[in-house]
Ligand binder design. Structure first.
Ligand SMILES: Nc1ncnc2c1ncn2[C@@H]1O[C@H](COP(=O)(O)OP(=O)(O)OP(=O)(O)O)[C@@H](O)[C@H]1O
Ligand SMILES: [Mg+2]
Length: 516
Protein backbone atom coordinates (compact mmCIF):
# COMPACT_ATOMS: atom_id res chain seq x y z
CA UNK A 1 0.00 0.00 0.00
CA UNK A 2 2.76 2.42 0.95
CA UNK A 3 4.58 1.77 -2.25
CA UNK A 4 1.46 2.04 -4.32
CA UNK A 5 0.36 5.39 -3.01
CA UNK A 6 3.49 7.20 -1.89
CA UNK A 7 2.07 10.59 -2.68
CA UNK A 8 -0.91 10.11 -0.45
CA UNK A 9 1.17 8.86 2.43
CA UNK A 10 3.52 11.83 2.19
CA UNK A 11 0.58 14.16 2.23
CA UNK A 12 -0.94 12.50 5.26
CA UNK A 13 2.31 12.89 7.16
CA UNK A 14 2.66 16.47 6.10
CA UNK A 15 -0.83 17.27 7.24
CA UNK A 16 -0.22 15.52 10.51
CA UNK A 17 3.03 17.37 11.13
CA UNK A 18 1.55 20.68 10.13
CA UNK A 19 -1.37 20.18 12.51
CA UNK A 20 0.77 19.47 15.55
CA UNK A 21 0.81 22.57 17.72
CA UNK A 22 2.60 21.34 20.82
CA UNK A 23 5.85 20.59 19.02
CA UNK A 24 7.80 22.71 16.59
CA UNK A 25 8.58 20.23 13.85
CA UNK A 26 10.58 21.49 10.88
CA UNK A 27 13.31 20.60 8.48
CA UNK A 28 16.72 22.11 8.00
CA UNK A 29 18.79 21.82 4.84
CA UNK A 30 22.32 20.40 5.17
CA UNK A 31 23.65 23.93 5.84
CA UNK A 32 21.23 24.45 8.71
CA UNK A 33 18.70 26.68 6.94
CA UNK A 34 15.02 26.27 7.69
CA UNK A 35 13.28 24.45 4.85
CA UNK A 36 9.85 23.61 6.33
CA UNK A 37 7.70 24.95 9.17
CA UNK A 38 4.68 23.69 11.07
CA UNK A 39 1.92 25.20 13.19
CA UNK A 40 3.70 24.20 16.37
CA UNK A 41 6.87 25.96 15.21
CA UNK A 42 4.90 29.09 14.45
CA UNK A 43 3.15 28.93 17.81
CA UNK A 44 6.27 28.27 19.80
CA UNK A 45 8.77 30.47 18.00
CA UNK A 46 6.45 33.19 16.73
CA UNK A 47 7.62 33.25 13.09
CA UNK A 48 5.27 32.63 10.17
CA UNK A 49 6.55 30.15 7.59
CA UNK A 50 7.30 32.81 4.96
CA UNK A 51 9.36 34.84 7.44
CA UNK A 52 11.62 32.00 8.37
CA UNK A 53 12.07 29.59 5.52
CA UNK A 54 15.55 29.93 4.06
CA UNK A 55 16.99 31.59 7.19
CA UNK A 56 19.68 29.83 9.28
CA UNK A 57 18.27 28.06 12.32
CA UNK A 58 20.88 29.85 14.42
CA UNK A 59 18.38 32.72 14.70
CA UNK A 60 16.56 30.62 17.31
CA UNK A 61 19.62 30.56 19.56
CA UNK A 62 20.63 33.13 22.13
CA UNK A 63 23.34 35.63 21.41
CA UNK A 64 25.74 33.82 23.81
CA UNK A 65 25.08 30.41 22.27
CA UNK A 66 25.61 31.80 18.78
CA UNK A 67 28.88 33.31 19.83
CA UNK A 68 29.88 29.96 21.31
CA UNK A 69 29.04 28.35 17.94
CA UNK A 70 26.46 26.08 19.46
CA UNK A 71 24.24 25.93 16.32
CA UNK A 72 27.18 24.75 14.21
CA UNK A 73 28.18 22.23 16.84
CA UNK A 74 24.63 20.87 16.99
CA UNK A 75 24.49 20.39 13.25
CA UNK A 76 27.95 18.84 13.27
CA UNK A 77 27.01 16.35 15.99
CA UNK A 78 23.78 15.39 14.19
CA UNK A 79 25.75 14.97 10.96
CA UNK A 80 28.31 12.68 12.62
CA UNK A 81 26.19 10.76 15.12
CA UNK A 82 22.87 11.01 13.29
CA UNK A 83 21.27 12.71 16.27
CA UNK A 84 21.69 15.61 18.66
CA UNK A 85 19.57 16.18 21.71
CA UNK A 86 19.74 19.09 24.09
CA UNK A 87 17.96 21.37 26.52
CA UNK A 88 18.56 25.08 26.63
CA UNK A 89 17.33 28.61 26.20
CA UNK A 90 15.97 29.51 22.77
CA UNK A 91 14.75 32.85 21.47
CA UNK A 92 11.34 33.68 20.00
CA UNK A 93 10.76 36.17 17.24
CA UNK A 94 9.83 38.83 19.80
CA UNK A 95 13.15 38.27 21.57
CA UNK A 96 11.62 36.46 24.57
CA UNK A 97 13.22 33.25 25.71
CA UNK A 98 11.86 29.81 26.41
CA UNK A 99 13.46 26.65 27.69
CA UNK A 100 13.54 24.16 24.85
CA UNK A 101 13.92 20.43 24.62
CA UNK A 102 15.32 20.02 21.11
CA UNK A 103 16.13 16.97 18.99
CA UNK A 104 17.98 17.19 15.72
CA UNK A 105 17.96 14.11 13.45
CA UNK A 106 20.03 13.76 10.32
CA UNK A 107 17.88 12.83 7.29
CA UNK A 108 19.57 10.84 4.53
CA UNK A 109 18.34 9.59 1.17
CA UNK A 110 18.41 5.94 0.14
CA UNK A 111 22.01 6.34 -1.05
CA UNK A 112 23.00 7.68 2.37
CA UNK A 113 23.52 11.27 1.34
CA UNK A 114 22.62 13.89 3.89
CA UNK A 115 19.63 15.80 2.65
CA UNK A 116 18.93 17.77 5.81
CA UNK A 117 17.86 17.55 9.44
CA UNK A 118 14.53 17.03 11.09
CA UNK A 119 14.15 19.21 14.13
CA UNK A 120 11.64 18.77 16.90
CA UNK A 121 11.53 21.40 19.62
CA UNK A 122 9.31 21.56 22.65
CA UNK A 123 8.72 24.47 24.94
CA UNK A 124 9.20 22.99 28.43
CA UNK A 125 9.64 26.30 30.24
CA UNK A 126 6.95 25.63 32.89
CA UNK A 127 8.43 22.27 33.78
CA UNK A 128 11.93 23.73 33.77
CA UNK A 129 10.91 26.62 35.98
CA UNK A 130 9.13 24.33 38.40
CA UNK A 131 12.22 22.14 38.59
CA UNK A 132 14.44 25.16 39.02
CA UNK A 133 12.24 26.57 41.76
CA UNK A 134 12.29 23.22 43.50
CA UNK A 135 16.03 23.00 43.12
CA UNK A 136 16.49 26.51 44.51
CA UNK A 137 14.18 25.92 47.43
CA UNK A 138 15.82 22.58 48.12
CA UNK A 139 19.19 24.22 47.99
CA UNK A 140 18.04 27.02 50.24
CA UNK A 141 16.55 24.57 52.66
CA UNK A 142 19.71 22.50 52.62
CA UNK A 143 21.83 25.58 53.25
CA UNK A 144 19.52 26.62 56.04
CA UNK A 145 19.61 23.23 57.72
CA UNK A 146 23.34 23.00 57.15
CA UNK A 147 23.92 26.48 58.53
CA UNK A 148 22.11 25.86 61.79
CA UNK A 149 24.71 25.24 64.46
CA UNK A 150 22.64 25.41 67.62
CA UNK A 151 20.52 22.42 66.71
CA UNK A 152 21.60 19.02 65.52
CA UNK A 153 19.25 18.43 62.59
CA UNK A 154 19.53 15.14 60.80
CA UNK A 155 17.55 12.48 59.01
CA UNK A 156 17.23 8.84 59.88
CA UNK A 157 16.14 6.19 57.43
CA UNK A 158 13.16 4.01 58.48
CA UNK A 159 15.56 1.60 60.24
CA UNK A 160 17.14 4.38 62.26
CA UNK A 161 20.38 4.80 60.34
CA UNK A 162 21.70 8.34 59.91
CA UNK A 163 21.02 9.58 56.40
CA UNK A 164 21.82 13.31 56.63
CA UNK A 165 23.91 15.34 59.02
CA UNK A 166 24.16 19.10 59.57
CA UNK A 167 26.77 21.43 61.05
CA UNK A 168 24.90 21.64 64.35
CA UNK A 169 24.89 17.85 64.62
CA UNK A 170 28.61 17.86 64.04
CA UNK A 171 29.14 20.59 66.62
CA UNK A 172 26.93 19.05 69.27
CA UNK A 173 27.75 15.37 68.79
CA UNK A 174 31.31 15.63 67.47
CA UNK A 175 31.00 13.33 64.44
CA UNK A 176 31.88 14.35 60.88
CA UNK A 177 29.17 13.52 58.34
CA UNK A 178 31.36 10.92 56.62
CA UNK A 179 31.91 8.93 59.79
CA UNK A 180 28.31 8.87 60.95
CA UNK A 181 26.09 8.64 57.87
CA UNK A 182 24.94 5.03 57.60
CA UNK A 183 25.43 4.34 61.34
CA UNK A 184 22.52 3.47 63.60
CA UNK A 185 21.39 6.39 65.75
CA UNK A 186 21.42 4.28 68.91
CA UNK A 187 25.07 5.16 69.32
CA UNK A 188 23.99 8.60 70.59
CA UNK A 189 22.39 6.94 73.60
CA UNK A 190 23.97 5.91 76.87
CA UNK A 191 24.91 2.28 77.38
CA UNK A 192 22.08 1.96 79.94
CA UNK A 193 19.51 3.32 77.49
CA UNK A 194 20.78 1.05 74.73
CA UNK A 195 20.64 -1.99 76.99
CA UNK A 196 17.07 -1.06 77.93
CA UNK A 197 16.08 -0.78 74.26
CA UNK A 198 15.25 2.91 74.54
CA UNK A 199 16.30 3.93 70.99
CA UNK A 200 14.10 1.27 69.39
CA UNK A 201 11.16 2.16 71.62
CA UNK A 202 11.51 5.83 70.67
CA UNK A 203 11.51 5.08 66.94
CA UNK A 204 8.55 2.80 67.40
CA UNK A 205 6.62 5.59 69.11
CA UNK A 206 7.56 8.08 66.39
CA UNK A 207 6.47 5.54 63.80
CA UNK A 208 3.16 4.93 65.53
CA UNK A 209 2.21 8.44 66.64
CA UNK A 210 4.23 10.46 64.14
CA UNK A 211 6.22 12.24 66.81
CA UNK A 212 8.41 11.75 69.83
CA UNK A 213 9.64 14.43 72.19
CA UNK A 214 11.76 14.09 75.32
CA UNK A 215 14.76 15.22 77.34
CA UNK A 216 17.55 12.94 78.41
CA UNK A 217 21.23 12.17 78.51
CA UNK A 218 22.93 11.63 75.18
CA UNK A 219 26.52 10.72 74.39
CA UNK A 220 29.02 12.64 72.25
CA UNK A 221 31.67 11.03 70.08
CA UNK A 222 34.28 11.54 72.81
CA UNK A 223 32.06 9.69 75.28
CA UNK A 224 31.03 12.77 77.26
CA UNK A 225 27.36 13.24 78.06
CA UNK A 226 25.04 16.15 77.49
CA UNK A 227 21.44 16.78 78.48
CA UNK A 228 19.47 16.82 75.26
CA UNK A 229 16.08 18.03 74.21
CA UNK A 230 15.03 15.72 71.40
CA UNK A 231 12.21 15.87 68.87
CA UNK A 232 11.70 13.10 66.32
CA UNK A 233 9.15 13.45 63.53
CA UNK A 234 8.20 10.63 61.21
CA UNK A 235 8.49 11.70 57.57
CA UNK A 236 6.10 10.24 55.00
CA UNK A 237 6.02 10.63 51.22
CA UNK A 238 2.94 11.72 49.23
CA UNK A 239 1.60 8.18 49.31
CA UNK A 240 1.91 7.96 53.06
CA UNK A 241 4.85 5.56 53.06
CA UNK A 242 7.40 6.12 55.84
CA UNK A 243 10.61 7.44 54.31
CA UNK A 244 12.43 8.14 57.55
CA UNK A 245 12.62 10.40 60.59
CA UNK A 246 13.65 14.00 61.04
CA UNK A 247 15.50 14.42 64.28
CA UNK A 248 16.23 17.71 65.99
CA UNK A 249 18.44 17.60 69.06
CA UNK A 250 19.46 20.48 71.28
CA UNK A 251 22.14 20.56 73.93
CA UNK A 252 20.39 22.10 76.95
CA UNK A 253 22.92 21.02 79.56
CA UNK A 254 23.60 24.62 80.51
CA UNK A 255 19.95 25.50 80.82
CA UNK A 256 19.39 22.46 82.98
CA UNK A 257 22.36 23.35 85.16
CA UNK A 258 21.14 26.94 85.51
CA UNK A 259 17.73 25.66 86.53
CA UNK A 260 19.23 23.34 89.08
CA UNK A 261 21.46 26.01 90.61
CA UNK A 262 18.43 28.29 90.76
CA UNK A 263 16.53 25.65 92.67
CA UNK A 264 19.53 25.07 94.89
CA UNK A 265 19.75 28.78 95.57
CA UNK A 266 16.09 29.00 96.42
CA UNK A 267 16.45 26.08 98.79
CA UNK A 268 19.46 27.69 100.41
CA UNK A 269 17.67 30.97 100.85
CA UNK A 270 14.75 29.26 102.52
CA UNK A 271 17.14 27.39 104.75
CA UNK A 272 19.00 30.53 105.67
CA UNK A 273 15.80 32.32 106.57
CA UNK A 274 14.83 29.43 108.78
CA UNK A 275 18.25 29.42 110.43
CA UNK A 276 18.00 33.16 110.94
CA UNK A 277 14.69 32.75 112.78
CA UNK A 278 15.99 29.88 114.85
CA UNK A 279 19.12 31.90 115.56
CA UNK A 280 17.12 34.72 117.11
CA UNK A 281 15.09 32.37 119.22
CA UNK A 282 18.10 30.43 120.38
CA UNK A 283 20.03 33.62 121.03
CA UNK A 284 17.30 34.90 123.32
CA UNK A 285 17.04 31.67 125.26
CA UNK A 286 20.79 31.25 125.46
CA UNK A 287 21.23 34.73 126.88
CA UNK A 288 18.73 34.09 129.59
CA UNK A 289 20.22 30.75 130.25
CA UNK A 290 23.71 32.16 130.29
CA UNK A 291 22.73 34.81 132.83
CA UNK A 292 21.04 32.19 134.94
CA UNK A 293 24.16 30.04 134.93
CA UNK A 294 26.31 33.03 135.87
CA UNK A 295 24.02 33.57 138.85
CA UNK A 296 24.21 29.90 139.76
CA UNK A 297 28.02 29.92 139.44
CA UNK A 298 28.50 33.01 141.58
CA UNK A 299 26.05 31.49 144.08
CA UNK A 300 28.20 28.38 144.16
CA UNK A 301 31.31 30.48 144.75
CA UNK A 302 29.65 32.20 147.70
CA UNK A 303 28.28 28.92 149.03
CA UNK A 304 31.72 27.27 148.69
CA UNK A 305 33.28 30.03 150.75
CA UNK A 306 30.55 29.62 153.33
CA UNK A 307 30.80 25.84 153.37
CA UNK A 308 34.09 26.06 155.20
CA UNK A 309 35.37 22.59 156.08
CA UNK A 310 32.09 20.77 155.43
CA UNK A 311 33.56 18.27 152.97
CA UNK A 312 30.26 16.75 152.03
CA UNK A 313 28.78 20.13 151.15
CA UNK A 314 31.94 21.16 149.20
CA UNK A 315 31.65 17.96 147.26
CA UNK A 316 28.04 18.64 146.32
CA UNK A 317 28.89 22.20 145.31
CA UNK A 318 31.77 21.01 143.11
CA UNK A 319 29.39 18.67 141.29
CA UNK A 320 26.90 21.47 140.77
CA UNK A 321 29.68 23.69 139.47
CA UNK A 322 30.89 21.08 136.98
CA UNK A 323 27.36 20.64 135.66
CA UNK A 324 26.82 24.40 135.43
CA UNK A 325 30.11 24.93 133.62
CA UNK A 326 29.23 22.25 131.14
CA UNK A 327 25.96 24.01 130.39
CA UNK A 328 27.86 27.29 130.16
CA UNK A 329 29.94 25.91 127.30
CA UNK A 330 26.75 24.68 125.67
CA UNK A 331 25.26 28.16 125.80
CA UNK A 332 28.45 29.50 124.30
CA UNK A 333 27.86 27.22 121.33
CA UNK A 334 24.31 28.41 121.07
CA UNK A 335 25.38 32.02 121.23
CA UNK A 336 27.97 31.37 118.57
CA UNK A 337 25.25 30.03 116.34
CA UNK A 338 23.00 32.99 116.96
CA UNK A 339 25.98 35.23 116.22
CA UNK A 340 25.64 36.94 119.56
CA UNK A 341 28.88 35.50 120.73
CA UNK A 342 31.58 38.06 121.45
CA UNK A 343 34.42 37.20 119.09
CA UNK A 344 37.88 38.59 118.66
CA UNK A 345 38.64 38.43 114.96
CA UNK A 346 42.28 38.64 113.95
CA UNK A 347 43.99 38.33 110.62
CA UNK A 348 45.46 34.86 110.54
CA UNK A 349 47.63 32.87 108.21
CA UNK A 350 45.02 30.58 106.69
CA UNK A 351 47.47 27.90 105.54
CA UNK A 352 49.03 27.65 108.97
CA UNK A 353 45.67 27.36 110.71
CA UNK A 354 44.53 24.65 108.30
CA UNK A 355 47.75 22.67 108.67
CA UNK A 356 47.45 22.78 112.45
CA UNK A 357 43.91 21.43 112.31
CA UNK A 358 44.90 18.76 109.79
CA UNK A 359 47.71 17.69 112.13
CA UNK A 360 45.40 17.55 115.08
CA UNK A 361 42.81 15.53 113.16
CA UNK A 362 45.48 13.25 111.73
CA UNK A 363 46.67 12.45 115.22
CA UNK A 364 43.30 12.10 116.87
CA UNK A 365 41.12 10.35 114.28
CA UNK A 366 41.23 6.53 114.05
CA UNK A 367 44.10 5.21 111.94
CA UNK A 368 41.59 3.83 109.42
CA UNK A 369 40.92 7.42 108.37
CA UNK A 370 43.53 9.08 106.21
CA UNK A 371 43.68 12.87 106.49
CA UNK A 372 45.07 14.67 103.46
CA UNK A 373 45.64 18.36 102.94
CA UNK A 374 46.09 20.29 99.74
CA UNK A 375 46.50 24.06 99.87
CA UNK A 376 46.89 26.47 97.02
CA UNK A 377 50.13 28.43 97.17
CA UNK A 378 49.98 31.90 98.69
CA UNK A 379 46.55 31.47 100.22
CA UNK A 380 45.10 34.79 101.27
CA UNK A 381 44.87 35.46 105.01
CA UNK A 382 41.41 35.66 106.61
CA UNK A 383 40.12 37.75 109.49
CA UNK A 384 38.41 35.37 111.87
CA UNK A 385 38.17 34.36 115.48
CA UNK A 386 40.94 31.77 115.46
CA UNK A 387 39.42 29.62 118.20
CA UNK A 388 36.01 29.56 116.55
CA UNK A 389 37.65 28.72 113.22
CA UNK A 390 39.51 25.81 114.69
CA UNK A 391 36.41 24.60 116.48
CA UNK A 392 34.35 24.79 113.29
CA UNK A 393 36.93 22.75 111.37
CA UNK A 394 37.10 20.21 114.18
CA UNK A 395 33.31 19.90 114.31
CA UNK A 396 33.22 19.16 110.60
CA UNK A 397 36.18 16.80 110.94
CA UNK A 398 34.45 14.90 113.77
CA UNK A 399 31.31 14.54 111.69
CA UNK A 400 33.48 13.05 108.95
CA UNK A 401 34.87 10.61 111.46
CA UNK A 402 31.39 9.56 112.56
CA UNK A 403 30.37 9.12 108.92
CA UNK A 404 33.29 6.77 108.23
CA UNK A 405 33.14 4.04 110.90
CA UNK A 406 34.95 1.66 108.55
CA UNK A 407 37.58 4.18 107.59
CA UNK A 408 38.07 6.39 104.57
CA UNK A 409 39.63 9.66 103.56
CA UNK A 410 39.15 13.14 104.93
CA UNK A 411 40.45 15.63 102.44
CA UNK A 412 41.12 19.24 103.37
CA UNK A 413 41.56 21.55 100.45
CA UNK A 414 41.73 25.32 100.14
CA UNK A 415 42.03 27.75 97.31
CA UNK A 416 41.62 31.40 96.38
CA UNK A 417 38.44 32.36 94.59
CA UNK A 418 36.93 35.55 93.30
CA UNK A 419 33.14 35.36 93.41
CA UNK A 420 30.78 37.54 91.44
CA UNK A 421 27.51 36.86 93.19
CA UNK A 422 25.42 34.07 91.77
CA UNK A 423 24.44 31.18 93.97
CA UNK A 424 26.40 32.45 96.97
CA UNK A 425 25.69 35.55 98.98
CA UNK A 426 29.41 36.27 99.42
CA UNK A 427 31.22 38.18 96.71
CA UNK A 428 34.76 39.32 96.03
CA UNK A 429 37.94 37.58 97.03
CA UNK A 430 37.40 34.63 99.29
CA UNK A 431 39.32 31.66 100.60
CA UNK A 432 37.38 28.46 99.98
CA UNK A 433 38.07 25.69 102.48
CA UNK A 434 36.66 22.30 101.58
CA UNK A 435 36.45 19.30 103.88
CA UNK A 436 35.48 16.17 102.01
CA UNK A 437 34.87 12.76 103.41
CA UNK A 438 34.17 9.41 101.78
CA UNK A 439 31.56 8.52 104.38
CA UNK A 440 27.96 7.44 104.27
CA UNK A 441 26.64 10.77 103.06
CA UNK A 442 23.45 12.57 104.02
CA UNK A 443 19.98 11.74 102.68
CA UNK A 444 18.31 14.56 100.79
CA UNK A 445 15.55 15.03 103.37
CA UNK A 446 18.12 15.48 106.13
CA UNK A 447 20.53 17.71 104.23
CA UNK A 448 18.38 20.82 104.57
CA UNK A 449 18.35 20.62 108.36
CA UNK A 450 21.93 19.81 109.37
CA UNK A 451 22.82 23.40 110.30
CA UNK A 452 19.89 23.67 112.71
CA UNK A 453 20.89 23.65 116.35
CA UNK A 454 20.07 20.41 118.10
CA UNK A 455 19.40 18.64 114.84
CA UNK A 456 21.11 15.29 115.06
CA UNK A 457 20.60 11.83 113.69
CA UNK A 458 22.99 10.36 116.21
CA UNK A 459 21.82 8.21 119.13
CA UNK A 460 20.99 9.93 122.39
CA UNK A 461 24.12 10.97 124.21
CA UNK A 462 26.35 10.76 121.16
CA UNK A 463 25.43 13.94 119.36
CA UNK A 464 23.99 17.21 120.54
CA UNK A 465 23.38 18.52 117.03
CA UNK A 466 25.44 21.64 117.68
CA UNK A 467 28.56 20.91 115.61
CA UNK A 468 27.40 22.25 112.29
CA UNK A 469 25.41 25.08 113.85
CA UNK A 470 28.65 26.31 115.42
CA UNK A 471 30.34 26.03 112.03
CA UNK A 472 27.48 27.99 110.49
CA UNK A 473 27.56 30.68 113.18
CA UNK A 474 31.31 31.02 112.82
CA UNK A 475 31.17 31.41 109.02
CA UNK A 476 28.40 33.99 109.19
CA UNK A 477 30.16 35.96 111.87
CA UNK A 478 33.30 35.99 109.75
CA UNK A 479 31.30 37.60 106.95
CA UNK A 480 31.35 34.43 104.92
CA UNK A 481 29.20 31.40 104.60
CA UNK A 482 29.28 27.64 104.80
CA UNK A 483 27.72 25.18 102.42
CA UNK A 484 27.22 21.46 102.44
CA UNK A 485 26.85 18.99 99.61
CA UNK A 486 26.40 15.31 99.94
CA UNK A 487 25.71 12.21 97.97
CA UNK A 488 24.36 9.34 100.04
CA UNK A 489 26.75 6.42 99.93
CA UNK A 490 29.58 8.44 98.45
CA UNK A 491 30.49 11.21 100.83
CA UNK A 492 30.00 14.73 102.03
CA UNK A 493 31.68 18.04 101.32
CA UNK A 494 31.51 21.04 103.61
CA UNK A 495 32.80 24.30 102.14
CA UNK A 496 33.63 27.45 104.06
CA UNK A 497 33.80 30.63 102.00
CA UNK A 498 35.66 33.24 104.02
CA UNK A 499 36.36 36.78 102.83
CA UNK A 500 40.05 37.30 102.23
CA UNK A 501 41.70 39.88 104.46
CA UNK A 502 43.82 41.15 101.64
CA UNK A 503 43.79 44.93 101.92
CA UNK A 504 42.96 45.02 105.61
CA UNK A 505 45.88 42.82 106.56
CA UNK A 506 48.27 45.63 107.44
CA UNK A 507 46.15 48.70 108.18
CA UNK A 508 43.82 47.40 110.89
CA UNK A 509 45.62 45.71 113.71
CA UNK A 510 42.83 46.11 116.22
CA UNK A 511 39.76 43.95 116.03
CA UNK A 512 37.21 45.33 113.61
CA UNK A 513 33.48 44.71 113.73
CA UNK A 514 32.82 42.22 110.99
CA UNK A 515 29.93 42.83 108.65
CA UNK A 516 26.93 40.71 109.43
N1 LIG B 1 30.13 14.36 107.19
C1 LIG B 1 28.89 13.91 107.46
N2 LIG B 1 28.47 12.73 106.96
C2 LIG B 1 27.22 12.27 107.23
N3 LIG B 1 26.33 12.94 107.99
C3 LIG B 1 26.68 14.13 108.51
C4 LIG B 1 27.97 14.68 108.26
N4 LIG B 1 28.03 15.87 108.89
C5 LIG B 1 26.84 16.05 109.50
N5 LIG B 1 26.02 15.02 109.26
C6 LIG B 1 24.62 14.87 109.73
O1 LIG B 1 24.21 16.12 110.23
C7 LIG B 1 23.76 15.99 111.57
C8 LIG B 1 24.08 17.25 112.31
O2 LIG B 1 25.47 17.41 112.45
P1 LIG B 1 26.04 18.24 113.67
O3 LIG B 1 27.49 18.21 113.61
O4 LIG B 1 25.38 19.57 113.68
O5 LIG B 1 25.49 17.45 114.91
P2 LIG B 1 25.96 16.04 115.45
O6 LIG B 1 27.24 15.65 114.81
O7 LIG B 1 24.82 15.13 115.31
O8 LIG B 1 26.20 16.36 116.95
P3 LIG B 1 27.44 17.17 117.60
O9 LIG B 1 28.26 17.64 116.45
O10 LIG B 1 26.82 18.29 118.31
O11 LIG B 1 28.13 16.21 118.43
C9 LIG B 1 24.44 14.76 112.05
O12 LIG B 1 23.70 14.14 113.10
C10 LIG B 1 24.47 13.87 110.82
O13 LIG B 1 23.23 13.24 110.61
MG1 LIG C 1 28.85 16.90 114.75
Amino acid sequence: MMRRQPGLEDRTYRLLVEAVVDYAIFLLDPEGRVSSWNAGAQRIKGYAAEEVIGRPFSIFFTEEDRRAHLPEAAVETARQDGRFETEGWRVRKDGSRFWALAVLDAVRDDAGHLIGFAKITRDITPRYEAEQALRVSERRFRLLVQGVTDYAIFMLDPEGRVAEWNTGAKRIKGYEAEEIVGQHFSRFYTAEDRAAGVPEAILEQARRTGRFEAEGWRVRKDGSRFWASVVIDAVHDEDGALVGFAKVTRDITERREAQRSMEEMREQMAQMQRLEAIGELVGGIAHNFSNLIQIVLSGIRLASAAAGSNRKLRHILADIRAAAEKRASLTEHLLAFSRDFPTSPKVIDTSEALRDVADLLGRSLPSTIRVTIRLEDDLWPVRVDATQFELALLNVGLNARDAMPDGGVLEIEAQKLTLHGGAVAVTGRVVAVHLRDTGRGIPKEVLGRVFEPFFTTKPRGEGTGLGLSQAYGFAEQAGGTVRIRSEPGRGTEVTFLLPAAVEGAVEHDDPVQMPR
